[in-house]
Design a protein around this ligand. Sequence first.
Ligand code: DX5
Ligand code: ZN
Length: 214
Amino acid sequence: MIVSASLLSADFSNLEKEVKAVEKAGADWLHLDIMDGRFVPNITFGPLVVKAIRPHTRMVFDAHLMIENPSAYIDAFAEAGADMITIHFEADVHAHRTLCRIKEKGLKAGVSVNPATPVSVLEEILPFADMALIMSVNPGFPAQKLIETSFDKVAKLKALADKVNPGLIIETDGGVNEKTASRLAEAGAGALVAGSYIFGAENYEKPVKYLKSL
Ligand code: DX5
Ligand code: ZN
């Protein structure tokens, strides 16, 4: 299992320390939640912060763009040091063009769906994606409860991916913890995002180790 630690639940007054600690704990990827106050009701940070933490870690930067008009910001996040960029299917009527643009930049490209969006809409775009991200909560905030139908949704996506893109990485985001993670793994998730479960622990190594073992 690939573990993507979501920076959203870190101590923002000391990002360098937090990033180094979570890397030392064994996290594979650093999940960067970019929110614009429009696509989601919260605002976080932009390329400037991504660039500032880039020199402090070798972790893969997994940027999750919860913003409108994501195509306008691909270059900025690529230049800031993102290794993968995931856009929301709902935020871009030209998702195919944007995924191709991300790949042209030499990055891995992901596409995400909100809880209310069925995975079936991804059928035509999946062959062009390296990753698909299932939101298992409504995006915007950390530490929410996973929506129970998400397990089924991951399994549906896995079946679809097996047909159209068997190499696709399936990532899930929201409410991942010791109660939900193994069920997500069984359903077909290959990468798990975890924020409050990791950063809320006294010792980051424990939750990271557990998730990696799945
Ligand atoms: C929510 C973000 C998530 C968030 C997950 O909108 O996309 O990445 O950090 O937080 P937890 O793991 O605490 O549910
Ligand atoms: Zn996220």
